[in-house]
Write a protein that binds this ligand. Structure first.
Ligand SMILES: [Zn+2]
Ligand SMILES: [Zn+2]
Length: 809
């Protein structure tokens, strides 16, 4: 379309210092339809035709046929590729042709189950009687659903708390259970995913008890190793169908790195530094925690005396997004900007409106902000206004990412990598209309992963490497889940294989010794009154409730693991883009009392961490370099916090805290490098600590490239000499008790992971390290010491040795 063509021109005409690092042209693809499989029920085919589905795409038919033949299958294709038809076809055909068969559909969110219910009911097929069964289902409807529905839609929590504990009442349904559909299965990851894996094993056991042996059909976003992830999730072999045969429009996808520019004098040694300008991007740039947000950066370098040497920072991604949105609206392009936080979205909308008003009075009114929390009618009105062209620009949080059917826009701006490729494509997928050319732009924030991606387009546009990881063997998940299983029916020897073999045997022995389970000749029994209290999203320890002091309103909860650093007394805490200050953290009652306030400082916890190696599961001996995977004990104490002025980063003061030491047994990956090898690689001994520390930060920042985790799920420790390894060492560990699979994935992909880490550091144009490469927003040592060039040498030494190493033992 002409409008987006002119928009592209606006982007590319910035000349040599263009922030565009890559342009990927994704050509339009015509779909590959195939004939309806011969086994598909005629009534189902007719219902599809009546809805305008003339024939299925090839990937839908292959997945459906595998599932119809009884193979467990995962359909892992892109957004809007029609995955639903892939499972509806075998499931509904079976229900139509076998008058007894039942099916269970599991979605991670109630809204998805409601969508799916509408879709299945919309076919108008006889005797299916689809129904959702979740926390909102009325008591008197539940019995009817158990007895009459043949397509029950639920979620993992309801399965765990409601259906499985009452399996006797579901006996008939479970005996006839032909299919289990697991939608959006890539969302079951980490600790939550490990719990869900056991809930599904409990489901298999309960069905088997009544004679049911369902086939599993899973739908996933594209990812690395979808078959492996699906198989770990259900505990059975799974076949993957990954070739997408649906049609799509062409998209021009640009990667954008905001330019470096001098910052304000921002070091603590400059007390006379000017306070941040009153630009709207300064105190309220909630997109990122304050230390990684150099958003006080002025909009033009001209404000500075070039003689003064200043540390460099990147221009704020929020401001770049607002500028692009402004250009887009001026060009008459209907554009949606995705911003990670609510306040960020509102800020982008506000800056854009102001800039537009300055250019053309009245034009500002054609831009709005959109987020969760708006009333449904208001949201619908905004969506309609954007589709009609009445609104030209919208800045949104990911509230728009799922569910809402807003597609066909000219352009999408994505402010900061949204964490996974699945989310990225979900957001980019909003751009594109029939026959037209659409534009998508990813604007990098100052974060090592964003930096890496804008310089390595193959990581986004090539074959995915990021895998969904989970670890059902985590003893902190396995133990509680075995208690749940035992409370549903005694655990037999044969069941132990289902729950993972040796780790399950060890867990049952431990639970018997502690008195949680009792051994009898027929198996292990749960003999306590009441059911075990197990939360699918945790590994023990109550989440800390964040409560507004004046109103008693519950604002949200925080993992006990992160509470000391995020919710200590005096901490500035962001929740959904609103800023609060913590008045008191009461660990005994697991509650933090807060009040709303917007101080002009941010807070940063300082901690002391110690780590000891418990055992080594696997290692690679690469001469001067060693790579290890094993269990570790981490002790951590948050001892104080700094208050830093927003914008300049000036340290106002450091205040002590009185918090207890915490212990964590978890899984870590670590590498050691001999001092000789470090020196040979170019690192001077005084720089060892800074080089290792910088490498650790960047490695943590890049791990989400390999596994769907957040850098906040991971911890690290680096030292020039560790008591257990007797060498310079970098540890990276899962931040959850027992591990969540992240360190394991890091070990398995070490060469790729550390190569990406090295590239991210080397590609950053800063001199001494910045938040885009080696600085970390969660460093407990105030990002000190850090030695950026040394970090590259460390990783060079490790990679060179690993390249010639024998396989792991
Ligand atoms: Zn940098
Ligand atoms: Zn650090």
């Amino acid at each position: 379309m002409t409008s987006s063509a002119s928009l592209s021109q606006l982007f590319w005409t910035r000349g040599d210092d263009s922030p565009v690092t890559h342009v990927e042209r994704i050509p339009p693809r015509s779909g590959r339809p195939v004939a309806w499989p011969g086994w598909a029920a005629p009534a189902f085919v007719d219902a599809c035709r009546a809805q305008g589905i003339i024939s299925p795409w090839a990937h839908q038919a292959s997945a459906a046929t595998l599932a119809f033949d009884g193979a467990n299958v995962v359909l892992a294709t892109g957004t809007a590729s029609g995955k639903s038809l892939g499972y509806q076809m075998p499931v509904l055909s079976r229900i139509l042709t076998d008058p007894r068969a039942t099916a269970l559909y599991i979605a991670p969110a109630k809204a998805l189950a409601a969508d799916q219910l509408r879709a299945v009911a919309g076919f108008g097929l006889p005797d299916v009687r689809p129904a959702t069964y979740d926390g909102d289902t009325a008591r008197d409807e539940r019995e009817w659903i158990r007895e009459h529905s043949r397509f029950v839609l639920t979620n993992p929590d309801m399965l765990h708390f409601g259906i499985l504990p009452g399996h006797e009442r579901w006996a008939v349904f479970l005996r006839r259970l032909a299919y289990v559909v697991i939608d959006e299965c890539h969302t079951y990851r980490g600790v939550f995913g490990s719990h869900v894996a056991h809930v599904l094993r409990r489901l298999r056991r309960a069905a088997a008890r009544y004679g049911g042996r369902p086939t599993f059909v899973l739908a996933s976003a594209t990812s690395g190793d979808p078959a492996g992830a699906a198989s770990r999730l259900i505990g059975l072999p799974v076949t993957a169908v990954t070739e997408d045969a649906s049609p799509r429009g062409g998209v021009t996808f640009a990667l954008w790195e905001p330019p470096l520019q001098p910052a304000f004098p921002s070091l603590p040694s400059s007390p006379s530094s000017p306070s941040s300008p009153s630009s709207p991007s300064s105190p309220s740039s909630p997109d990122v925690p304050a230390p990684r947000s150099p958003s006080a950066a002025p909009s033009s370098d001209a404000d500075f005396d070039p003689e003064i040497e200043l540390p460099q920072v990147r221009r704020s991604a929020l401001r770049e997004t607002a500028d692009l949105l402004t250009s887009a609206v001026v060009a008459g392009t209907r554009t949606l900007a995705f911003v990670r936080s609510r306040r960020g979205a509102e800020l982008v909308a506000a800056i854009t409106r102001r800039q537009l008003e300055e250019a053309v009075p009245g034009l500002g009114e054609r831009v709005a902000a959109y987020r969760a929390g708006y009333l449904k009618e208001d949201r619908r009105a905004i969506e309609r206004a954007l589709l009609s062209g009445e609104l030209l620009g919208l800045a949104s949080t990911n509230a728009l990412e799922l569910g809402v059917d807003l597609v066909g826009l000219d352009a999408v701006l994505i402010c900061g990598y949204p964490g996974t490729r699945a989310s990225l494509w979900q957001q980019a997928g909003r751009a594109g209309r029939a026959g037209g050319e659409a534009l998508a732009v990813l604007i990098a924030r100052d974060d090592p992963l964003d930096t890496y991606l804008v310089h390595h387009p193959e990581a986004l546009f090539g074959r995915p490497v990021e895998a969904t990881v989970l670890d059902p063997a985590n003893p902190y998940v396995l133990g509680p889940q075995l208690c749940c299983a035992a409370s549903e029916a005694p655990i037999t020897e044969a069941d132990l294989e289902l729950f993972g073999g040796d780790p399950a045997r060890a867990a049952v022995a431990g639970l018997t010794a502690s008195g949680a389970l009792r051994r009898r000749p027929s198996g292990w029994y749960w003999t306590h009154a009441g059911r075990p209290d197990v939360d699918l999203r945790g590994t023990g320890g109550a989440p800390i409730q964040v409560v507004e002091k004046s109103t008693g309103r519950l604002l949200g909860t925080v993992d006990p693991e992160s509470s000391h650093s995020m919710l200590h007394t005096g901490a500035v805490y962001l929740q959904q883009g609103v800023t609060y200050v913590v008045d008191d953290l009461d660990l005994d009652d697991a509650v933090a009392l807060v009040h709303q306030e917007e101080p002009n400082w941010s807070t940063h916890a300082n901690d002391v961490t110690d780590l000891s190696v418990v055992n080594v599961r696997s290692y690679v001996n690469a001469g001067p370099v060693g790579l290890f995977l094993g269990e570790v004990d981490v002790t951590n104490q948050v001892v104080s916090y700094q208050r830093r002025r927003i914008g300049t980063g000036e340290v106002l003061d450091t205040r002590p805290l009185d918090l207890p030491i915490r212990e964590l047994r978890t899984v870590a990956v670590w590498f050691t490098v001999s001092p000789g090898a470090l020196e040979a690689a170019g690192v001077e001994p005084p720089d060892f600590p800074g080089a290792l520390h910088a490498a650790e930060h960047a490695a943590i920042g890049l791990l989400p490239l390999m596994a769907t985790c957040d850098r906040w799920d991971i911890g690290g420790l680096s030292t020039a000499s560790h008591a257990d390894t007797e060498a310079p060492t970098v540890f990276v560990y899962d931040g959850h008790p027992g591990g969540a699979g992240f360190a394991e994935r890091a070990y398995a992909t070490a060469a790729e992971w550390l190569t990406a880490t090295r590239e991210a550091i080397a590609a950053c144009a800063c001199e001494a390290g910045c938040p885009s490469c080696v600085q970390s927003p969660k460093c407990g040592n105030g990002n000190n010491p850090l030695h950026k060039p040394g970090a590259v040498f460390v990783l060079d030494a490790v990679l060179a040795a690993l390249a010639t190493a024998p396989p792991s033992s």
